[in-house]
Design a protein around this ligand. Structure first.
Ligand code: KG4
Ligand code: ZN
Length: 367
């Protein structure tokens, strides 16, 4: 029985995991709090985590119907993320592990995202009558994983469980940031990504032609700040577009198509180059309807198995943190020190050297 805490950005979340099953996963989002500032305010986020952590933890324990004394381990995200926000969850988990005399696992937030697509709904489980979410590592296979959120865009080669290599990441803005900033330029409320996505559903993606940055480059890096600037200049030159709801829908669809084309093309290309048969995707932007649809189509065309994180687990949550901690426990990974500091800028993995970036699977196997 494992308790997991997540507080790296603007979601306070606590989950209870037992034998691969998610017995509880309570998430308290701060979106409304930060909306009036148009972005996450670290100081406010920290105070809100402090206020919410214990009620959320109590709700998770109650939801799972367990007592703290039944816990075998405690886990928390210790990086990367907002320093003070991370500290709230990490210190609480370390204190709890100390009090209970149980091991503590400090988890890398993006590593947790990598495994969220393997947490699936299983309505027939006898194991956990209170929940329907469980980890499905029996069908695990090497994969190329796309992590797309408001703060990060990265492609990772997950060679085996707990063994991964960073293929590429954004050199400037994240894909979610591009969605949010483009939406802001259109006057849509924060966070604009979901709003833009909803409007795009009724628009024509071919109405306006926006760049697809780095889509032809053979490396696995991304760049989205230029696309955001294109939207800015487009609206500066044609501000009247915003007066016509049909044009706004077309604009949303066109911007969405640019971002999604780049993400899908580069993900599938990396999978084919590495010879893996599976693609996974997670992070808040994986809620995007066009991204999900285009990944389904592209993977089917290229004979790739696709695992998309369930929409409830795309955004930040403690279930993925707990499931990863449990895998670490099972694989015999040593617990983390109770004195371990949080790591706000913790890299997921060493980037491959320049010569091997964009390389084949053999490049990784040689290492
Ligand atoms: O993973 P997440 O909850 O938080 C981090 O940034 O770590 O992701 C939030 C991001 C925001 O940029 C939000 O606009 C974006 O995910 N997002 C979407 C959609 N739903 C959430 N972007 C495009 N389409 C969506 N449907
Ligand atoms: Zn995240």
């Amino acid at each position: 029985m494992l308790l997991a805490l997540e507080s790296s950005c603007d979601e306070t979340s606590v989950a209870v995991i037992h034998d691969g099953c998610v017995l509880a996963n309570v998430v308290s989002s701060q979106i409304k709090l930060h909306a009036e500032y148009g972005g996450v305010v670290p100081e406010l986020a920290t105070r809100e985590h402090l206020r919410n952590l214990l009620p959320v933890a109590n709700a998770a324990l109650k939801g799972a119907d367990i007592q703290p004394a039944q816990l075998d381990a405690v886990a928390a995200t210790i990086g990367p993320g907002l320093p003070q926000a991370l500290m709230i969850g990490a210190r609480a988990a370390q204190a709890m592990a100390f009090a209970l005399r149980k091991p503590f696992f400090g988890i890398h937030h993006h590593e947790a995202h990598l495994y969220s697509p393997w947490i699936v709904y299983d309505k027939d489980t006898h194991h956990a009558p209170r929940t329907t979410l469980r980890a499905d590592f029996a069908s695990f296979q090497p994969n190329v994983s796309l992590i797309v959120s408001g703060g990060h865009t990265m492609l990772v080669f997950v060679e085996a469980e707990l063994k991964h290599h960073l293929l590429g990441s954004t050199v400037d803005d994240a894909a979610g940031e591009c969605f949010d900033k483009s939406a802001k330029l259109m006057g849509l409320p924060y966070p604009g990504g979901p709003e833009l996505d909803a409007l795009a559903e009724q628009g024509d993606p071919r109405a306006f032609d926006f760049p697809r940055p780095m889509i032809r480059d053979l490396h696995d890096d991304f760049s989205f700040s230029g696309l955001k600037t294109s939207v800015r200049y487009f609206l500066r030159d044609q501000p009247f577009i915003l007066d016509d709801p049909d044009c706004v829908r077309d604009l949303c669809a066109s911007v969405r198509a640019s971002i999604v084309d780049v993400l899908v093309t580069k993900t599938v290309r990396a999978a084919k180059r590495l010879g893996v048969k599976c693609v996974t995707a997670s992070g808040g932007v994986t809620c995007n309807r066009a991204l999900r649809k285009q990944l389904v189509e592209a993977c089917a065309q290229n004979n790739l198995t696709l695992r998309l994180a369930d929409k409830s687990l795309c955004t930040d949550n403690a279930a993925m943190v707990g499931i990863l901690a449990e895998r670490k426990l099972r694989h015999g990974v040593a617990p983390t020190s109770l004195d371990e500091e949080v790591k706000p800028s913790w890299p997921l993995a060493q980037r491959q050297s320049a010569g091997s970036r964009g390389g084949t699977r053999q490049d990784f196997e040689c290492r």
